[in-house]
Design a protein around this ligand. Structure first.
Ligand code: MLT
Length: 306
C-alpha cells in the first residue's frame, strides 16, 4: 500500500509547492506526529521537534532558523532551495542601491507630508527636488561579499547597469566562478572590497565565520559615505558599529532586510521587513523545490541539497 505521510506545515507555503505532494499525504498546522516538516522562516530553535520527523524542508536558502546540527545527529536531513529565490533577492538589492543613491525613502516621506492645499507647495516641491538630488549607479563601484547564486546575479546586473564590481568569496564554487561576468574583479579579502567599493552588498549565510563580518574594526576602512546593503542575515553585521559609523558620517546608509529594535527609525537606516524572497515567483520556486526533495526522500530515500 502507498505511503500516507503526514507533513507539518509551519508557515504559509505556496499552494503550487503543496500541490507537488501526493494527494494521499496529509498536510496541516496541527499534525502531532509528522513524518516531515515544511517551513519557511519560522524559528525552529527551541521547538520540540517530534521524534517522528524524518526530514525537514526549508522553502528558502538560509537554514539558520533550523537546528541543523541537532537534526543531523538524529539523522534527519534538512532540505533547502538554494537559488530558487535568487532573482527576487537580486531585484531587491538593486532597489536598495537606488533607494540609497536617489534618497527615495526621504523623498517619499516628504511627499506624504506635503500639504497640497498650501499655496507654497510649488516652492516646497522645488526645495525637495534640490534636497533629495542623488547620484547615478553607473560608474559607481559595488563590492559583493559572497558569490553564491545571489551574489553572481547581483554582479551581473550591476555590470549591466554600468557599475564597476569587486567580488569576494573564499569558497566560490566552480559553477559560480564560471557564471561571473569577466568584468568582475576578484578581490582577495573583505578588506580589499571595503577599501574600493562605494556600495557593499553582503550575500553570505549566517555561520560562525560570518557572524559580525562587518564590525567596529573594519567599518572604518570603508570609503567615506559608503552604502552597506545587507540582504543576507542580521547577525552578519554589527548594528552598534553601523550606528556609530552612520553618526560619524563614515557610512552613508545602511540598507537591510531586517528591522530591529536597535536600528529602526534611526537616521541613515533603510530597513525592509525581510522582503527579499517575497515574490510570488520566488515563493513558488522555493516551495516546489523543497516539496519535490521531500517527496523524493520520503518515497525513495534520495537526498539532494541536504
Ligand atoms: C532565504 O533564506 O532564502 C529567505 O530567508 C527566504 C524567506 O524569506 O523565507
Amino acid at each position: 500500500m502507498a505511503n500516507q505521510f503526514q507533513i507539518l506545515i509551519l508557515n504559509q507555503i505556496s499552494a503550487t509547492g503543496l500541490k507537488r505532494l501526493p494527494e494521499r499525504y496529509t498536510t496541516g498546522k496541527d499534525i502531532k506526529a509528522p513524518d516531515a516538516v515544511l517551513v519557511r522562516s519560522a524559528d525552529m530553535h527551541g521547538m520540540d521537534i517530534p521524534a517522528s520527523v524524518r526530514a525537514i524542508g526549508r522553502a528558502g536558502a538560509g537554514t539558520n532558523n533550523i537546528p541543523v546540527k541537532a537534526m543531523s545527529q538524529r539523522g534527519v536531513p534538512v532540505f533547502n532551495a538554494p537559488g530558487a529565490n535568487a532573482n527576487a533577492v537580486k531585484e531587491l538589492v538593486l532597489v536598495g542601491m537606488l533607494l540609497a543613491a536617489r534618497n527615495i525613502a526621504g523623498a517619499l516621506d516628504f511627499v506624504a507630508k506635503l500639504d497640497t492645499a498650501d499655496p507654497e507647495m510649488d516652492r516646497k516641491v522645488e526645495d525637495g527636488k534640490k534636497s533629495f538630488a542623488g547620484y547615478e549607479l553607473a560608474g559607481q563601484t559595488l563590492g559583493i561579499i559572497g558569490l553564491g547564486k545571489i551574489g553572481c546575479l547581483v554582479a551581473d546586473a550591476a555590470i549591466k547597469l554600468g557599475m564597476n564590481v569587486y567580488g569576494y568569496d573564499p569558497e566560490i564554487t566552480v559553477d559560480a566562478a564560471w557564471s561571473l561576468p569577466s568584468q568582475v574583479r576578484k578581490a582577495h579579502s573583505v578588506a580589499e572590497v571595503l577599501k574600493h567599493a562605494q556600495f557593499i552588498s553582503l550575500h553570505v549565510p549566517l555561520v560562525d565565520a560570518t557572524r559580525n563580518l562587518i564590525n567596529a574594526d573594519n567599518i572604518g576602512t570603508m570609503k567615506h559615505g559608503a552604502v552597506l546593503l545587507n540582504f543576507s542575515r542580521e547577525g552578519v553585521v554589527n548594528e552598534a558599529a553601523v550606528l556609530a559609523a552612520l553618526a560619524e558620517k563614515k557610512l552613508g546608509r545602511y540598507v537591510c532586510d531586517f528591522p530591529s529594535a536597535a536600528i529602526n527609525g534611526r537616521p541613515g537606516i533603510i530597513a525592509l521587513p525581510h522582503l527579499g524572497a517575497s515574490t510570488q515567483e520566488a515563493e513558488e520556486n522555493c516551495a516546489v523545490m523543497v516539496a519535490d526533495q521531500l517527496v523524493d526522500y520520503l518515497e525513495h530515500g534520495n537526498i539532494q541539497n541536504a
